[in-house]
Design a protein. Sequence first.
Length: 324
Amino acid sequence: MKAILCTQFGLPETLTLEDAPSPTPGKDQVVVSVKACGVNFPDTLIIQNKYQFKPPLPFSPGGEVSGTIKEVGEGVKHLKVGDSVLSLTGWGGFAEEVIADAATTLPIPPGMDYVTAASVMYTYGTSYHALKNRAQLQPGETLLVLGAAGGVGLAAVQLGVLMGANVIAAASSDEKLKVCKELGASATINYTTEDIRERTRELTEGRGVDVVYDPVGDRYTEPALRSIAWKGRYLVVGFAGGEIPKIPLNLALLKGCQIVGVFWGAFARNEPKESQKNFQELLTWISQGKLKQHLYKTYSLAESPAALRDMLDRKVVGKAVVII
Ligand SMILES: NC(=O)c1ccc[n+]([C@@H]2O[C@H](COP(=O)([O-])OP(=O)(O)OC[C@H]3O[C@@H](n4cnc5c(N)ncnc54)[C@H](OP(=O)(O)O)[C@@H]3O)[C@@H](O)[C@H]2O)c1
């Protein structure tokens, strides 16, 4: 089978398209013939050996796939050869075939296409867990989303709107913010040209925002935390900007606010029932047409390093998907 391989850690340009042996499923595993693979920020980190999961070399990046079951391993009950499925594999998805744990592999809901199936679990799963379980976002509250046109950011904008919040989208360009507006944001902050704190004060008439969703970190975090309202919740989601910020803790005291960690993967492992409930709610919204993934671009398998490059260059708006 063909696969994009990481044979040495480095930037996307070091990845190569090669022939690789077909995988064989172990106990409680399946092999998926991949149709599509969603592109996510951790794919750019895993190839640089900067992510929490460190697969042995050589490996293919790509952790969110859709496709058909090619082979089932011992002990697998709910899946059979030929089933159309979506799966969270962690890595291995930029390839014609990938090993998946049966536990994180689900039948694709009726009517859902392969591109959608490979691009909804990760971003919507993360942002819904953050807003629902961690922030307990309430209708009428104000939500500030940083990196609002990125994968998890745009999902947070859409979900915030669906949950009845007033969403302020913050991103680095007017072009990106236009998409956020089209998807329901009521106000925007261009943080390349505008000051996050001043603009938030202006938009909330001095009150501040109830919830901040932060997948960017770096220099954006402190002004966003300073923009939070009394008893607000600050969601620590990621550090796409590079630096993990160090925050003066007196800010939490002065605001009476909570700084809340979000780790969706650990939530899904530790609270599987709650996680499945979230998925059912998300899939219902998707099937009702209330949630629709904003597709930036599709790439062929050979072009998948370019997808990772676009992500690192902050070009991707919403979701990039590799079609195998
Ligand atoms: N905690 C969790 O459970 C969890 C789950 C999923 C993802 N994450 C994390 O969330 C973050 C975002 O993931 P994603 O898949 O949504 O990524 P993405 O689509 O690339 O979005 C990240 C956004 O960050 C902004 N950004 C600012 N500085 C950047 C830089 N130097 N390089 C790249 N982007 C930069 C960009 O928006 P602007 O250009 O508008 O600034 C970009 O749209 C990642 O750190 C990821 O690891 C965490």
